[in-house]
Design a protein around this ligand. Sequence first.
Ligand code: DGP
Length: 114
Amino acid sequence: MQETIFSKIIRREIPATIVFENERILAFRDINPQAPVHILVIPKKIIPTLNDITPEDAPLIGELFVVAGQIAQAEGIAETGYRTIFNCRDDGGQEVYHLHLHVLGGRPMRWPPG
Ligand code: DGP
């Protein structure tokens, strides 16, 4: 699997503001935040896109959402609400091909997205 800048963040080769880590998952603040709270929750395993998820990854993908919820609580946006997004490939607006769950909050989100 092709490495991205996120592998360097996992290995601490480039800095990031990390807000959560366990054996399987890392979460850090987005370098270009689109909301007052904008955190990326990523598996340490390299999974390039949503298309590359396998049935064996199901517990890991579920855990991404468990962590997202815990982060929302810790960031104080659980009650006001927030948005979680996986962008997939070109039309989905994906720039980094290492699966990541965006957690956005701290302001009202527009719908539908542009
Ligand atoms: P996406 O478009 O879904 O692939 O989102 C990629 C996000 O990754 C984008 O919002 C900016 C963020 N990002 C890219 N490079 C870095 C980096 O080096 N550090 C951090 N913290 N975030 C990054």
